[in-house]
Ligand binder design. Structure first.
Ligand code: HEM
Length: 458
């Protein structure tokens, strides 16, 4: 059974400049209009700034894969996230980024995924214990738990620390607040209006999050300086050991705080958003859910999951893949045209922001069949495979592709398989999520499902 999950109804036509401002204030998805889902290139005139949206796969490939140096990351994104991420790999460019990526790649090599699997499992076991306390069939908002478990996984795999509930809540709340203010600061910056008010507020939230992380990193640096041996196999350890093969240096303490804050943010907020949406979608499709449970039983029965099980649960993968298609956590990326040039029929000036939007490309009427419908089986069809190859980029592509894509997929399949094996996930039909686009794609009023233990389910 396929169905169309909620998304903001597009306006009939492009909004005026003023309306775009008002609508974009709450969520950038509220600015979209019907043609946004059909066009290959869009153009928004702002005072003193022309913003372009490129949706055509051959141009997207050129920007992200073939000529990435001609389209570096735009300063807009850097300015929006800088209070939280500092000079992290997520927003830097050129030689600074290349060195950071060489160092980071060492900590994210394939072999490490297997090493961190038991750490992920430990977080998932704790999550199941918490869910046991709420799985009574009543309406339950899953966003908080998905944020908690993914943040805990990041804490354990990066820092070998368990995230205490009070810290988790403080970070969760600070980050939600940060998103509100950062989104508003960005809208104001695009419109060349003073952004200091939301900017200050976003700095205050960022400070709260950075303080929790900086303290842990400092302890590890100090222990290392005292010459203490460290047996931990986490990502912080790998990053502290990493030596740049070109320049022969390592990350300094200050650099490390920026990188770890970035990994923490990029590594849990995105995963939490996609998992909450995946559970929502599964709750609305009981037939699919029964097939998922059959697959999970066939692969692992009742024994604990093993690393090699992850790749064998194909339908769980495809379900997660479809959740990422419909609700890509990173809804758009911002690049900059280094040179003036012609893109399709538009004359683009040097320095102009170019947006590439997975949200629009994944729902484009020409690139996907029934683009707004939820249908994990689409990836098994020829047309779905074609679309996957040409018009699917939740993790971006090219040299700046998400460094944590394999990590995120492993974690998501593990979390979904554990939840589905233990609970029936039913819909709360009285609640409809309101999709908003801020730093990530989220539901403004949360995502609600009903969890019931399978052993007592009738
Ligand atoms: C479902 C989960 C995730 C999604 C959808 C996602 C998506 C993305 C996207 C779209 C980008 C590129 C953004 C741009 O070009 O502007 C990116 C970059 C990045 N992501 Fe992820 N991500 C996820 C999870 C993770 C995890 C778990 C980690 C690390 C633990 C991570 C670390 C990074 C890093 C370091 C970059 C910057 C890479 C660079 O610029 O060289 N991400 N991610």
């Amino acid at each position: 059974m396929s169905f169309t999950p909620p998304y903001p109804k597009p306006h009939r036509s492009k909004s005026s400049f003023l309306l775009r401002f008002v609508r974009g204030w709450r969520s950038w998805l509220d600015v979209l209009f019907e043609r946004s889902y059909r066009m290959k290139m869009g153009h928004y005139r702002q005072p003193g700034l022309d913003v372009y949206m490129v949706n055509q796969p051959c141009w997207v490939r050129r920007i992200l894969v073939e000529e990435p140096d001609a389209y570096p990351k735009h300063q807009l994104m850097h300015r929006m996230l800088e209070p939280l991420l500092g000079e992290s790999i997520f927003t830097t460019n050129g030689d600074v980024w290349a060195r950071q990526r060489r160092l980071m790649d060492q900590a994210f090599e394939q072999a490490r995924l297997k090493l961190v699997f038991p750490l992920m499992m430990a977080s998932v076991d704790d999550m199941l214990e918490r869910l046991d306390g709420v799985a009574d069939g009543s309406s339950y908002e899953v966003d908080g738990e998905m944020t908690y478990v993914t943040a805990d996984i990041i804490f354990r795999t990066i820092l070998s620390e368990h995230l205490a509930e009070a810290d988790a809540r403080a970070i969760y709340e600070a980050f939600i607040e940060f998103q509100h203010h950062a989104q508003r600061a960005m809208v104001l910056m695009i419109y060349r209006l003073p952004a200091w008010l939301p900017r200050r507020a976003s700095e205050r939230c960022a400070k709260r999050i950075r303080a929790v992380l900086a303290e842990i990193i400092l302890r590890r640096y100090q222990a290392r300086e005292r010459g203490e041996t460290d047996e931990r196999v986490d990502i912080l350890g790998a990053l502290m050991d990493a030596v740049d093969p070109v320049q022969g240096d390592r990350f300094s303490y200050d650099e490390m705080v920026d990188q770890i804050c970035m990994l923490f943010l990029a590594g849990h907020e995105t995963s939490a958003s996609s998992l909450a949406w995946a559970l929502y979608l599964i709750s609305r499709d009981p037939e699919l859910q029964a097939r998922l449970v059959d697959e999970i039983d066939a692969v692992a029965g009742t024994r604990p999951f093993e690393f090699s099980d992850i790749k064998r649960m194909r339908l769980v993968w495809d379900t997660f893949r479809e959740a990422l298609r419909l609700y890509p956590p990173v809804g758009f990326f911002v690049r900059e045209a280094r040179e003036s040039q012609c893109i399709r029929d538009k004359q683009v000036k040097a320095g102009s922001p170019i947006l590439v939007s997975p949200w629009l490309i994944h729902r484009h009427e020409e690139y996907w069949e029934r683009p707004h419908e939820f249908d994990p089986d689409r990836f098994a069809t020829d047309s779905g495979k074609d679309s996957l190859k040409n018009a699917y980029l939740p993790f971006s592509m090219g040299p700046r592709v998400c460094i944590g894509a394999a990590f995120a997929t492993q974690e998501a399949v593990l979390i979904l398989a554990n939840i589905l094996r233990r609970y029936r996930v039913d819909a709360d039909v009285s609640h409809t999520p309101q999709t908003v686009g801020r730093v990530t794609i989220r539901s403004d009023n949360g995502i609600r499902v009903r969890l019931t233990p399978r052993r007592t389910a009738t």
